[in-house]
Design a protein around this ligand. Structure first.
Ligand code: ADP
Length: 340
């Protein structure tokens, strides 16, 4: 049985729904006020509900007014929980707006706009109609090696792009990896992301802030790198994302995160001592190839410095084993917007 923090999140969402403090059902039409003076308003027709999270309900939204530079018409329209205080809202969206809006990569959920209409806050995102990798693993129990290869290469492409711009995601997990119509992986939810300006600045300001938010808003223990938990131990940097990739690769292959335990402290203890077991060969699993085990061992290094970067990950033998069925190793880099 796959138990994960997303389940808890869903439970919390249900509870919130019960308590009627959840995001309001949007009206049939949602108008985004013109961005520029004298510009045109954008009009979205709201469609079916496609998901709920701790902070928002997500609907399909069809853009009805023709907008320059927009060739798509169906988007994900996130309606933010109404009763969130202004301060909480700002905290939640500051990073999403500032960082997510500047990310443009084929494997990152495209952020279009955020606006307020009739006292609700809406976020317009690229629609990922096939849910998340988490949903897929839940349904299928585990993924095949070619699938894991493909998703990992796509994930590494996006991570390479982000890290090259000093952006750390810090909340990579299967539930934040969305899948579009063509089953391409798209990283979403930049709520905990940070721009690594300088080590000092990071440790002093953003680090404390993010840590506070992690415990108050998120609490996602399964994917947290050991150095994040070590107080006063030189801070952490973009290698926390690499640790999370290790957890994700393990989880995609074996159906649950490596350090899964009943208590948070036990998860942390097992992570620090690298206590994880690969599933035995049975009716669900074939023998897990050594290449897979080695890749995960490289990613889950307690010493962050020893973890590979995105380029090194995709050059691992796991991606070229069995000759023909390996995926093309294209690290796509297409973008126009830059982090200032
Ligand atoms: P929160 O920030 O409140 O946790 P999420 O970002 O997790 O909200 O979104 C809530 C749910 O909405 C997700 O679990 C998912 O089902 C759906 N969702 C979010 N973004 C998209 C998207 N771009 N495309 C399709 N569905 C999405």
């Amino acid at each position: 049985e796959l138990v994960e923090e997303e389940d808890k999140k869903a439970d919390a969402a249900k509870k919130a729904l019960k308590e009627k403090e959840y995001a309001p059902v949007p009206p049939e039409w949602v108008l985004q006020p013109p961005i520029a003076k004298g510009g045109l308003a954008e009009k979205f027709r709201t469609g079916r509900c496609i998901g709920k999270g701790g902070f928002a309900m997500c609907y399909e939204g069809e853009l009805r007014s023709k907008q320059q530079g927009m060739n798509k018409t169906i988007f994900a329209l996130k309606v933010v929980k109404a009763k969130m205080s202004q301060k909480k809202m700002e905290e939640k969206f500051r990073t999403e707006l500032q960082i997510h809006a500047k990310m443009q990569h084929p494997n990152i959920v495209e952020f279009h706009r955020a606006f307020t209409y009739q006292e609700s806050t809406y976020v317009v995102l690229e629609l990922c109609s096939n849910g998340s990798v988490m949903d897929m693993v839940k349904k299928r129990r585990c993924l095949s090696l070619p699938e894991v290869r493909r998703y990992t290469v796509q994930l590494c492409g996006a991570i390479k792009y982000m890290h090259a711009r000093n952006v750390i995601h810090r909340d990579l997990k299967m539930g934040n990896l969305f899948l579009d119509q063509e089953m391409n992986l798209k990283i979403g939810d930049f709520g905990l992301a940070a721009v690594l300006v300088s080590k000092e600045e990071y440790q002093l300001g953003l680090y404390e802030n993010a840590k506070k938010r992690r415990t108050t808003l998120c609490g996602t223990p399964n994917y947290i790198a050991p150095e994040i938990l070590e107080k006063g131990k030189g801070g952490h940097d973009y290698k926390v994302d690499i640790w999370a990739i290790g957890v994700i690769v393990f989880a995609m292959i074996s159906g649950q995160p490596p350090f899964q335990s009943a208590s948070q402290n036990e998860i942390y203890r097992r992570a620090r001592s690298l206590e994880y077991d690969w599933p035995q060969k049975d009716k669900h699993f074939n023998d897990i190839p050594d290449e897979v085990k080695d890749l995960v061992a490289q990613l889950l290094k307690v010493d962050a410095e020893e973890r590979p970067d995105a380029d090194q990950i995709v050059s691992h033998p796991f991606f070229s084993m069995h000759g023909g069925d390996a995926m093309p190793l294209v690290m796509e880099e297409s973008f126009t917007r830059e982090i200032p």
